[in-house]
Design a protein around this ligand. Structure first.
Ligand SMILES: Nc1ncnc2c1ncn2[C@@H]1O[C@H](COP(=O)(O)OP(=O)(O)OP(=O)(O)O)[C@@H](O)[C@H]1O
Length: 459
């Protein structure tokens, strides 16, 4: 592919993603080469490569292939002599158009070549949807973002992948900028903390490092589990932490699990983290997912004012994609981009087509218990009769149907299934599964029962 062709594609991408996104994310990409189906781009920073890869790669791939290039994958490489862009230039940002006073990114100190992570302009409280699973974390984040007297220190937000920890931390930073512009707020990932620390050691600038970290008013460290097992970084983190707490400065930490459960994290660090308020973001429920989708659709309306989305699509997505919010958002982005490119409304058919891979990957996990319950309801017998020892035909056949469905619809092994059916041997399960397979061929009623149950379970 030629540079000229990439330039033409950029014009198309501009139309789809809008000027803001284009200037921030697409324009800085430099097309390097197309190597065996991989389109290689150079990017100014790793962060940028990751961001583009997560948010725009489907779209770029689509455009490349649409223009006749056979590209399977995109690769982003950080340009060797790329200047580190200061926060001010790295991002578009919310309304007042001014970067928050993130100290490390603003000072002229050479240490700042390793600047803190830029704040994502989309991660504000306004765009954070609150539901049962995250209401406590949200309330705590709101409280800290007021910048009043420090009441709990540290605030630890923990939870699984893509549940909004980073979003909440950025929201706190943006809010503090408005409410307390006098405070120096430093947000960075634990990985960056380590990188800065190692760099300072190498350049014999530990005094600068200590000074920098001890002079912030609010320190936010994302994904702290990263420093587990990295002894000297943990040690430095511990000292930084203590120094700030002693000065009554607010610390906000995120982790992928509760501090006590982070393997290879020193006990003294664990216990420090547990001293403040530890709140978890629970996995999303259906209502929260639907709320997030509705909010995102409102936001997309600005870019795609003419798109029509038919009833039931958002409910379907909220029901089917229950893994994490990032996947949910990615699905919606792809859907909107695709529908706008082909000029069609977003209906169920387009959704199934466009998101076949995502839907397959996040197929709802059906549990053994669910199957047992559905089968006992269907045959109008008690759950305990399916699991229990009775051998009467009126229990044994439904039990075999349930075993058969467990084998078909879950990834459980035969011994595991046996255990959940009152501790039966795996050969009993095997026999049951085989029996139903045979009966399905010759007994229309059994075949229909199994089919009905399968559909009900997969609905
Ligand atoms: N409640 C929510 N409302 C709106 N958007 C949300 C919500 N929760 C998560 N998101 C969105 O989901 C995406 C992933 O969230 P985020 O990056 O904050 O997750 P995380 O918990 O930090 O994940 P990781 O463990 O991977 O670092 C972001 O785009 C974020 O805006």
């Amino acid at each position: 592919m030629t540079q000229e062709k990439w330039g033409q594609l950029c014009q198309k991408l501009l139309k789809t993603v809008g000027q803001n996104n284009y200037t921030t994310w697409i324009e800085p990409l430099e097309f390097q080469a197309l190597e065996e189906g991989v389109a290689v781009f150079s990017v100014p920073t790793n962060f940028m490569g990751n961001y583009v890869s997560q948010n725009f790669s489907d779209l770029i791939l689509y455009e490349l292939n649409n223009s006749g290039e056979a590209v399977q994958r995109l690769a982003f490489r950080v340009a060797a002599n790329s200047p580190v862009r200061p926060l001010r230039n790295a991002h578009s940002r919310p309304a007042n158009n001014e970067a928050p006073k993130v100290r490390a990114a603003e000072a002229a100190d050479p240490m700042d070549a390793l600047q803190a992570a830029p704040l994502d302009p989309r991660f504000t409280f306004d765009s954070f949807v609150v539901g049962k699973p995250n209401e406590l974390a949200h309330a705590a984040a709101r409280r800290v973002s007021e910048g009043g007297p420090v009441t709990f220190n540290p605030l630890v937000l923990y939870g699984g992948v893509g549940l909004g920890k980073t979003h909440l931390m950025h929201a706190i930073a943006w809010e503090l900028k408005v409410k307390r512009p006098d405070l120096n707020v430093l947000y960075l990932s634990a990985e960056q903390f380590m990188y800065r620390f190692v760099q300072a050691l190498r350049e014999r600038r530990m005094m600068d490092f200590k000074h920098l970290f001890r002079s912030v008013d609010v320190l936010m460290v994302d994904d702290v589990q990263f420093i587990a097992g990295k002894d000297s970084t943990q040690e430095e983190f511990f000292h930084t932490f203590n120094a700030l707490v002693d000065q009554n400065k607010q610390i906000i930490i995120s982790a992928d699990r509760a501090p006590g459960e982070i393997k290879d994290l020193e006990d003294r660090v664990k216990s420090r983290l547990q001293c403040g308020l530890v709140v978890d973001l629970h996995p999303t429920d259906y209502e929260l997912r639907l709320g997030i989708l509705q909010t995102k659709v409102q936001m997309y309306r600005a870019t795609y004012p003419d798109l029509v989305i038919t009833d039931g699509v958002l409910e379907f997505l909220a029901h089917r994609i229950s893994t994490n919010v990032r996947v949910l958002e990615g699905a919606l982005t792809r859907l909107f981009a695709f529908a706008s490119l082909v000029g069609r409304e977003i209906n169920m058919e387009l959704t199934q087509d466009c998101l076949a891979d995502v839907l397959r990957a996040s197929e709802r996990k059906i549990t053994v218990e669910e199957i047992q319950r559905k089968v006992s309801d269907y045959y109008n017998i008690r759950l305990s009769d399916i699991i229990g020892p009775k051998r009467l035909r009126s229990y044994a056949r439904p039990r075999q149907v349930a075993m058969y469905l467990c084998k078909q619809l879950t990834s459980r092994s035969l011994p595991e299934i046996g255990r959940r059916f009152g501790g039966r041997d795996h050969t009993t399960v095997m026999h049951g599964v085989k029996r139903i397979e045979e009966l399905k061929m010759v007994d229309g009623q059994i075949a229909e029962d199994v089919e009905m149950l399968r559909r009900a379970l997969e609905a």
